[in-house]
Design a protein around this ligand. Structure first.
Ligand SMILES: Nc1nc2c(ncn2[C@@H]2O[C@H](COP(=O)(O)OP(=O)(O)OP(=O)(O)O)[C@@H](O)[C@H]2O)c(=O)[nH]1
Ligand SMILES: [Mg+2]
Length: 459
């Protein structure tokens, strides 16, 4: 069954809505050239592939309302693989909408989110992982994650997956040939060799999977929650980290009621710092809910800054951090150290088995740089420093690789035990099927719908 019928010619604004020098409107489909003629009043021979022409732009009543540049891309040499026209007109809130209306009068329908890229995928211009990268490039929040997304778009990731596929196919063809022909007809490959081949694929898959935690952090940003008792200086610490008075600080315990997320980049790593309500028992309905929300954030944090102030003795802090009330990794912070007598410095006191306690003064800006460095170093593993060729950023891809490895690891067991079976080839094919899902060759339609519906209109 065909995945979709692409009979309509679609139109959408490709640039953001609003005031801007130029807006770009994109039209794709079989009647794109007709649309170009209608909205410009120019004859068909004016439009040559890849030639930008300066021409009048007409409204739906054929009245000239602007002049602009129209470029024709003849399919299949276009973004979508279909005939495409790109109209560059003046920007703003009104004019692009009027040109789009004119295109609709000429037979276009409005494009659904991601429909241009979906058509590019369905027409074989790009694979599914590349299509996903288009959305990721647009939504990137850091240079690093944009760099990774571009590696996907340029096909580096697809190449890795295709290499794994090729290796699997070589093993499958060896095994299937041995099942189909007798030993007189073909020479058999020792199981040891086949196991080595399977191992190589498993190795490649595991290497990719090991990059996921860093890749995900770079793409989505790490969640770093600031917790601790009321009034220890959590909000002050957040303000000091981001060098901005972003959240409310008062001397009244229980000031922060809600979880407040603040986006910040450390050496290009996107981090969502979350300031939360101080943890304590309370009868106040709002505060109780605030504490619940704090706990929810803590549980899904990549890192927690667990803040104490100098009202706590070293023994109390050590007792608490040796038995944390949550599961996430954490950095203990002793704040308000400006109020400490010099001899009471806790920084070198904590025992070796416990995490290092960072001393800060949010008020005086002391120890903040060191704390930021510790956050960065804790979040980023060595993988980033050695810059692997490719970082896995997408949980759909990770799941597929994991399922692939699961299937082919089973075949390894059968090969080791010397069990000749159709099951070996069949499980290897299951592994292949999982890799094909990444590229969109065997991806279910509902998953495709879901992927493209998360795009913006016009891409
Ligand atoms: N001396 C000193 N005072 C600080 C420091 N950090 C915060 N404070 C003061 O401690 C009080 C509480 O600060 P907040 O940042 O509101 O504390 P919090 O932990 O967010 O408090 P809640 O939101 O109520 O849980 C304020 O009066 C701050 O000025 C510090 O490093 N040194
Ligand atoms: Mg606060």
């Amino acid at each position: 069954m065909p995945r979709s019928v692409m009979s309509s010619t679609i139109v959408a604004l490709a640039t953001p809505t609003g005031v801007g020098g130029i807006a770009v409107i994109r039209v794709s489909g079989a009647t794109a050239l007709k649309v170009a003629m209608k909205i410009t009043g120019k004859p068909i021979q004016s439009f040559k592939p890849r030639l930008a022409i300066y021409c009048p732009l007409l409204n739906k009543d054929q009245v000239e309302i602007d002049t602009g540049i129209v470029t024709y891309f003849k399919g299949p040499n276009s973004y979508t693989g279909e005939d495409v026209i790109e109209i560059s007109c003046h920007g703003g809130y009104v004019l692009p909408g009027r040109i789009i209306n004119s295109c609709m009068k000429a037979g276009c329908v409005p494009a659904a989110p991601g429909e241009f890229t979906k058509r590019a995928f369905l027409n074989g211009k790009i694979d599914l992982s590349q299509a996903e990268a288009v959305a990721e490039i647009i939504s990137s929040k850091s240079k690093l994650s944009q760099d990774i997304s571009y590696k996907y778009l340029s096909g580096k990731f697809s190449k890795l997956i295709n290499n794994m596929k090729d290796s699997l196919l070589s093993i499958i063809s060896l095994i299937e040939a041995e099942l189909d022909f007798s030993t007189d007809e073909i020479s058999t490959t020792p199981n040891k060799t086949k196991i080595r081949m399977v191992d190589k694929v498993i190795e490649k898959g595991n290497a990719l999977i090991s990059t996921y935690s860093t890749g995900r952090l770079l793409k989505e940003g790490a969640i770093v929650t600031i917790t601790g008792n009321p009034n220890v200086g959590k909000s002050s610490l957040l303000n000091a980290i981001i060098s901005e008075d972003r959240v409310i600080v008062t001397d009244v315990p229980g000031t922060t009621r809600d979880a407040i997320e603040v986006f910040y980049k450390i050496n290009g790593l996107p981090v969502r710092f979350v300031d939360t309500a101080g943890i304590r028992d309370s009868d106040d309905k709002i505060e109780i809910r605030g504490v619940e929300i704090s706990r929810e954030f803590i549980n899904r944090s990549d890192l927690v800054l667990w803040v104490f102030d100098i009202g706590f003795s070293l023994e109390e802090i050590e007792k608490q951090i040796s038995d944390p009330f949550f599961n996430a990794p954490f950095i203990p912070v002793l704040n308000k150290t400006d109020l400490l007598e010099p001899r009471n410095d806790y920084s070198d006191c904590s025992t070796n088995s416990l995490p290092h306690i960072y001393n800060t003064s949010a008020l005086k800006g002391m120890g903040i740089k060191e704390l930021i460095n510790a956050v960065y170093n804790t979040l980023i593993s060595d993988t980033l420093i050695t810059e692997p060729e490719m970082l896995l950023t997408n949980s759909r891809h990770r799941d597929a690789i994991e399922k692939c490895l699961e299937a082919i690891s089973e075949t390894k067991v059968l090969l080791i035990e010397n069990i000749e079976s159709d099951l070996i080839a069949s499980r290897l094919r299951d592994g292949l099927f999982e890799l094909d899902k990444i590229l969109g060759i065997t991806t279910a339609d509902d998953i495709l719908e879901n992927i493209f519906s998360n795009f913006c209109v016009g891409k």
